[in-house]
Design a protein. Structure first.
Length: 201
C-alpha cells in the first residue's frame, strides 16, 4: 500500500488538508491572546475618553478643525478616525460646508490604514494591511518596528493633506462646470446660519 501512488496522494492530501486547519487554529489562538484583547481595551479607552470629554466639546473641536484647510484635511480626519473609528468617522463631515465634504471624506478614508500603525482600534477590520507592511521589518529588524510605525503614520498625514487639497480643488471645478454655484451658495448660507447639514429645499 505504501508504494501505491494513489494512496500516497490521498495520504498527502489528508495530512495537508488537516494541516491547513491546524495553522488556522494557531493563528486564531495568537489573535485571541494578542491583537483582539488589545483592540477591545483600546476601543473601550477611546469611548471612555470621548464620554469623559463630552460630546459637545468633541463637536466644538471638530468645528474648529474644519475652519482651516490644513487642519480640515489632517487634524479633523485623524481625530475622526481616532475617536469614532471606521466607518463612523465619516459622520464628522456634517460639521463642514457641503463643498468641503467630498475632500474631507477622501482625506478620512485615506487615513484608514496609516492610523492603524499607532492606533489599531481605529480600523480593526483592516489591521491586516499594517501587519502585512510591518511583517518583514518584524523578522529582519524588530527594533525598527516603532520607527516604521511612526513614519507610516506621518507619511499618511502628508498623503491625506495632499488628497484633501486635490479633491477640494477638483470639487470646486466640478461645481463651476456643472453650473451648481448658486445651489452651493445656498448651502453655504444655510451652513453659516447654523444648519450644519447644509440641506436646502
Amino acid at each position: 500500500m505504501g508504494d501505491n501512488p494513489v494512496m500516497r496522494a490521498i495520504t498527502w492530501f489528508a495530512e495537508h488538508f488537516i494541516g491547513l486547519f491546524n495553522e488556522a487554529a494557531k493563528s486564531f489562538t495568537s489573535l485571541a491572546t494578542g491583537i483582539i484583547p488589545l483592540l477591545m481595551v483600546m476601543l473601550t479607552a477611546m469611548y471612555a475618553i470621548t464620554t469623559w470629554i463630552g460630546e459637545e466639546r468633541v463637536n466644538h473641536a471638530m468645528q474648529w478643525a474644519g475652519r482651516f484647510a490644513i487642519t480640515r484635511y489632517t487634524v479633523m480626519p485623524f481625530l475622526a478616525m481616532l475617536l469614532l473609528t471606521n466607518p463612523m468617522a465619516y459622520t464628522f463631515g456634517r460639521f463642514l460646508p457641503e463643498r468641503y465634504k467630498p475632500a474631507f471624506y477622501d482625506a478620512t478614508v485615506s487615513m484608514c490604514h496609516p492610523i492603524t500603525s499607532l492606533f489599531p482600534h481605529a480600523n480593526a477590520g483592516e489591521i491586516f494591511v499594517w501587519t502585512g507592511v510591518s511583517a518583514g521589518v518584524m523578522q529582519v529588524a524588530p527594533g525598527k518596528y516603532a520607527t516604521l510605525a511612526i513614519l507610516y503614520f506621518l507619511v499618511g498625514l502628508v498623503v491625506i493633506a495632499i488628497r484633501g487639497f486635490a479633491t477640494q480643488w477638483m470639487t470646486a471645478i466640478l461645481i463651476k462646470r456643472g453650473g451648481h454655484e448658486e445651489i452651493f451658495k445656498k448651502y453655504d448660507e444655510a451652513y453659516a446660519s447654523g444648519h450644519i447639514q447644509g440641506g436646502v429645499a
